[in-house]
Design a protein around this ligand. Structure first.
Ligand SMILES: Nc1ncnc2c1ncn2[C@@H]1O[C@H](COP(=O)(O)OP(=O)(O)OP(=O)(O)O)[C@@H](O)[C@H]1O
Ligand SMILES: [Mg+2]
Length: 605
């Protein structure tokens, strides 16, 4: 059960001092806490002795006064130290969680595309939130309970035993099954609250879908059906909650009954021992109060085992992600290109997609995968500062070719060179900072238009530069017509741009970097022909001397503007040359253009 305990040790690093000071403070508080029942017992005995005349009234008052004074000092110190140990334990656990979250996010940033392709977002999110939360719980609340109950387990039975061994035995026996009870009930409580949470997310999803799909619901007149469906989901939630309430309602009364039973034993057996003269009435009072101090550690034992088991499973799930190694990494040479005139060359490059099998936890396994070959024998030379179009049927491998160039993946064999140097010899950061990629799937952040455009820049930029870039992608007018212009927020609670406008903002993000290698992956698909032509002309006209442009497209306008064309089919380069040369060959490319021509004419009509 405790095999994962060693996983927690490194988390303590840097926080030892806090944990030690907090534990010492807790020790003092607990020593005082178990002394208070003894003081209460002494106070009672002084009162009884005073009343019965065993000692004089003045002496009884004096004793009582002294005891009360010590009692007061004790609770004062306790109050002060309780603040400190709570604060220290909790702040240490918050720092541990903070550290794990940062490390986790940092680690994810390093992982390669393959990981993100195969891992489920929901699963990663739940590790980053729920699992970190459980580890924090163990390092804070869990650590407090464990240290606390250890102190109590050592001190309380010892004190009780010194007063009455037989009474101690009865009490411990009557409380002994509390940890088992707490453990099994809290397990069931947890399972039930997980079910409640799950059905709550069912409710949110059902409501959210209804709101966002309101047009469909209304146009199909499905309001009543939607309500019935919601009622059914809500009923499930109610039933699960009632079942949870039933279980948690019997948890506390049952514990209370058990403690009450021990109090009954103390009164009966302790009372008889007082009458026999073996104990003083004050001892029975002390026992009564100590009862709470032995019942708590029993409950705490059950709770701490539950927290430990959850946290240990969580830490294991986090460790699984930490153990995933990035496939694409720096290889040590970390060269920097000497010029911005970049010549790109693919030499005999082959690439297969590895589709890893998922482990039971949904994590892609590094050693078990299926492969499918996507690129075969790619040989391609792109001269510095040229404009090259890559075209070919859907799924032929164009995006994959670009993915290899930016090192989202590494090829299985062959070499990709930039200026005669294998791209693996540049650091990944240096390599990617040479490039501006406009991916096929547009992604914009829920941020302002300005920040979306300036995303890839390390230094602050000017409004003028941003609006010039917007101009070159024919977005200036559209942005100027927005009330907040470049400060307009994109996303759910902001403005919604059309598909084509989003593509153009995504294009502006790459253009503003003015990268030596501009890579455009089919980024005009949602833009009309005329605008596309204007943007392309702008790109080529504004293109700095030192800029190589690689553009994937099906559009004829792009092809005619490119210096040369690469035609990819089924993962192979079947033809390359200028548009005129390839048309003259009257082969695959020419046929593709014919088809594309008809398609564009139809779409244009
Ligand atoms: N992550 C992946 N895992 C497995 N197979 C993939 C993956 N991504 C792409 N593929 C496969 O690789 C092949 C090439 O895909 P790619 O995206 O490079 O095509 P494409 O030429 O860019 O197509 P399109 O014109 O539709 O953009 C396709 O058959 C696709 O199914
Ligand atoms: Mg593609």
């Amino acid at each position: 059960m405790f095999k994962n305990l060693r996983l927690f040790l490194p988390l303590l690093k840097g926080h030892y001092k806090k944990y030690i000071i907090a534990s010492l403070a807790l020790l003092v508080v607990d020593i005082i806490d178990v002394s208070l029942p003894l003081l209460t017992g002494l106070a009672f005995d002084s009162m009884i002795n005073g009343i019965s005349g065993k000692i004089g009234a003045a002496e009884a008052v004096q004793r009582l006064g002294l005891i009360v004074l010590v009692y007061f000092a004790g609770i004062l110190v306790q109050g002060f130290l309780r603040y400190w140990w709570r604060y220290l334990y909790h702040s240490a656990s918050l720092l541990v969680a903070n550290n794990i979250r940062n490390k986790f996010f940092g680690h994810l940033q390093k992982l390669s595309m393959n990981f993100f392709h195969n891992a489920r977002t929901g699963d990663i999110m739940s590790r980053a939130t729920n699992d970190v939360e459980w580890v924090k719980m163990f390092m804070g609340e869990g650590a407090i309970i464990i240290v606390d109950i250890c102190f109590y387990f050592i001190m309380v039975p010892f004190i009780m035993f010194s007063k009455s061994p037989s009474l101690t035995l009865y009490i411990i026996l009557s409380c002994a099954f509390i940890p088992f009870f707490v453990r099994s009930t809290s397990k069931r409580l947890h399972a039930k609250s997980a079910e409640v949470q799950e059905s709550m997310s069912g409710i949110s999803q059902s409501a959210e879908e209804n709101f966002s799909g309101v047009r469909v619901v209304k146009s199909f007149a499905q309001e009543a059906n939607q309500l019935d469906r919601f009622r059914a989901t809500n009923e499930v939630y109610l039933q699960k909650n009632l079942s949870l309430a039933k279980l948690s309602s019997y948890f506390h009364p049952f514990l209370g009954f058990n403690v009450g039973l021990s109090a009954f034993i103390i009164l009966l057996a302790g009372g008889l021992q007082v009458i026999d003269g073996k104990l003083t009435p004050g001892d029975v009072v002390a026992f009564m109060q100590l009862l709470g101090r032995i019942a708590w550690p029993m409950v705490g034992l059950g709770i701490s085992i539950t927290i430990y088991q959850r946290a240990s499973a969580s830490l294991e799930r986090l460790t699984q992600i930490f153990n995933v190694q990035p496939e694409v990494k720096d290889q040590g040479a970390n060269l920097v290109p000497e010029t911005n005139d970049l010549e790109v060359e693919f030499r005999n490059v082959n690439f297969s997609h590895k589709i890893p099998e998922l482990s039971q936890d949904g994590i892609p396994q590094q050693d078990k995968f299926k492969t499918t070959q996507v690129l075969k024998n790619i040989n391609l030379k792109i001269p510095a500062n040229s404009v090259v179009a890559i075209t070919g049927p859907i799924g032929s491998g164009k995006t994959t070719l670009l993915n290899l160039l930016v090192r989202f993946y590494d090829g299985d064999s062959g070499e990709i060179m930039i200026n005669g140097i294998n791209i693996k010899n540049y650091s990944v950061k240096n390599l990617r900072s040479m490039m501006g990629l406009v991916p096929q799937d547009v992604f914009l952040f829920s941020d302002t238009i300005r920040d979306n455009i300036a995303f890839g820049l390390d230094d602050p930029t000017t409004d003028e530069k941003i609006s010039n870039t917007a101009e070159s992608v024919v977005m200036r007018e559209a942005i100027d017509s927005l009330p907040q212009k470049y400060g307009a927020y994109l996303g759910e609670r902001g403005v919604n741009l059309s598909g084509g406008q989003r593509q153009r903002v995504s294009l502006a993000r790459a253009l503003i970097k003015n990268p030596p290698l501009l890579i455009l992956d089919d980024c005009f698909s949602a833009v009309d022909f005329e605008t596309e032509r204007t943007i392309l002309r702008n790109i080529i006209a504004n293109k700095s001397q030192s800029q190589t442009v690689l553009v994937v497209s099906h559009r004829l306008a792009v092809m005619s503007m490119a210096d040369f064309i690469v035609f990819v089919d089924k993962g192979e380069i079947v033809e390359q040359g200028t548009h005129a040369e390839l048309i003259a060959k009257n082969n695959a490319y020419a046929r593709f253009c014919e088809y594309q021509n008809i398609k564009e004419q139809l779409e244009g009509d």
